[in-house]
Design a protein around this ligand. Structure first.
Ligand code: ZN
Ligand code: ZN
Ligand code: ZN
Length: 111
């Protein structure tokens, strides 16, 4: 399978869901039950803020945290889309396009 085929599978039809990010069509997960960074919980480390991978649902810690697991996860897996799961936050972010995005969960949440 060539790279072109791989990319077209990864990005089916260029959907215009976000400002300038075509990855938003790949979002699978917008909420989580997790209350901590999975990796930090394993090692007993602390974190500052939590980020949710919207591709696979993995919870990691932000770049202010000592272990920056959310960014590590993007580097390791190529999962570009995260959102903040801090209660006071409502935003998402694409690592590839380096843009802030509207929080996909915000519209879904009843308030
Ligand atoms: Zn993107
Ligand atoms: Zn962590
Ligand atoms: Zn992921």
């Amino acid at each position: 399978m060539g790279l072109g085929t791989f990319l077209s599978r990864l990005l089916p039809g260029r959907r215009r869901d976000g400002p300038s990010c075509e990855h938003m069509g790949m979002v699978q997960v917008v909420t989580t039950e997790a209350e901590g960074c999975e990796e930090c919980l394993k090692t007993g480390d602390g974190w500052v803020h939590l980020r949710l991978c919207m591709i696979c649902g993995k919870v990691g810690c932000c770049d202010d945290s000592p272990n920056t697991h959310a960014t590590n996860h993007f580097r390791a897996e190529g999962h570009a889309l995260i959102r903040s799961i801090e209660p006071e936050d409502s935003w998402a972010y694409c690592f590839v396009d380096e843009v802030m995005l509207p929080d996909p969960a915000a519209g879904a949440a009843a308030r």
